[in-house]
Design a binder for this molecule. Structure first.
Ligand code: CA
Length: 355
């Protein structure tokens, strides 16, 4: 989308040191003629080196990433950095303040609005700034998600496939450097409007996460996130770190993927979903994922939902109440099962830069 952003800011992306300020997006609703939406941003820069864009609050009900990014803004000394961090813990600020996945202003999902539109509604305008301004000055992108209000997810680092083998290899090395207990290859069934897929098309080294969910704050998710982000920054040479990879330090990651549409289980009716398994369970194709109950019709037989493939229960619906078509379970399989590409994930990470 061509055109200039209406977002203004006093941040100087070229200045050394730590700046904590806001991106200001003009917003003129009934009760505020000349107001702005203020999106918090920090730029921490020291000399030359890679620029890493760290994003939280893409969805407003996913809290581990924003908490860790806030901690980094408060605690990081620019002397610990070699290069530049652009940290935005609550990118879709209206959604974050509302604790909602989608913006309360225009009802839109930030992660389905790329590449954005400078003349669009609020969410489109924020997306456009990220896509056209921030992606252009960044070398790498870390997008911190969790399961949000409707799903609880095994803490994991996410890699999206890239058509560019060279970038794919860099993304593999970065996601393995994150060192999450699980590494998931995810393409969102080919969805191209996400921040990750857009960052990859823009040529950025990109790492995502899923860190828990259920609208809660996961202690394990916080720990995985805090350690993983620093691991990636060390891997990219922006922060001091040891040269050992998480694998060399003994951190094991299981590399999994969603086997396409077969991995998703949807509620077959409206009602209350009774899951049959805990997150992390091994489940079998055609076995029962759960039952949808009709609480106001106790004599009516519940409707059964089935798994469409065998694998590990990676994500599970959180609220009991479901509508037909709600995602109630996501199954993942070992990465070598079923999909041949991108098989590069099985090559060993190349030796780290000497630091
Ligand atoms: Ca999310």
């Amino acid at each position: 989308m061509s055109g200039s952003s209406r977002i203004n800011t006093d941040v100087d992306f070229n200045q050394n040191g730590k700046q904590v300020t806001t991106l200001n997006l003009p917003h003129s609703p009934h009760d505020d003629a000349w107001g702005v939406i203020q999106i918090p941003i920090a730029v921490i820069k020291n000399g030359t080196g890679p620029t890493v864009l760290l994003e939280g609050g893409n969805h407003g009900d996913e809290y581990e990433g924003p908490i860790i990014l806030g901690r980094m803004i408060r605690d990081l000394d620019p002397a610990e950095i070699q290069g530049r961090l652009i940290i935005i813990p609550a990118i879709n600020t209206p959604a974050v303040l509302a604790g909602q996945r989608t913006s309360p202003i225009d009802g839109l999902n930030f992660n389905r609005c790329f590449p954005g539109n400078p003349d669009g509604t609020m969410t489109y305008q924020i997306v456009h700034y990220v896509h056209d301004v921030l992606f252009n000055i960044a070398d790498a992108f870390i997008d911190l998600h969790s399961g949000g209000s409707s799903l609880d997810i095994l803490p994991s680092a996410i890699i999206e496939p890239s058509d560019n083998p060279e970038l794919m290899q860099k993304n593999i090395e970065a996601v393995l450097a994150f060192g999450a207990p699980c590494t998931l290859v995810l393409n969102n069934l080919g969805e191209t409007r996400t921040s990750m897929s857009s960052a990859i098309r823009a040529g950025l080294i990109s790492v995502g996460t899923e860190l828990g969910g259920g609208g809660r704050v996961s202690l394990e998710g916080l720990e995985v996130c805090s350690r993983g982000v620093r691991n990636v920054l060390a891997h990219l040479g922006v922060m001091k770190g040891t040269s050992a990879t998480p694998q060399q330090k003994g951190h094991k990651t299981r590399v999994k993927c969603v086997p396409g549409a077969m991995g998703y289980v949807y509620a077959p009716a409206a009602g209350v979903f009774e899951p049959f398994h805990e997150k992390g369970a091994s489940v079998e194709k055609d076995s029962v994922a759960g039952l949808v109950h009709f609480l106001d019709e106790p004599a009516r037989t519940p409707v059964t939902a089935y798994y469409k493939c065998s694998g590990t229960l990676y994500a599970r619906r959180e609220p009991g109440r479901v509508k037909r078509g709600n995602c109630v379970a996501v199954i993942v399989v070992d990465f070598n099962d079923g999909i041949p590409k991108p098989c590069l994930l099985y090559t060993s990470p190349s030796p780290r830069d000497k630091r």
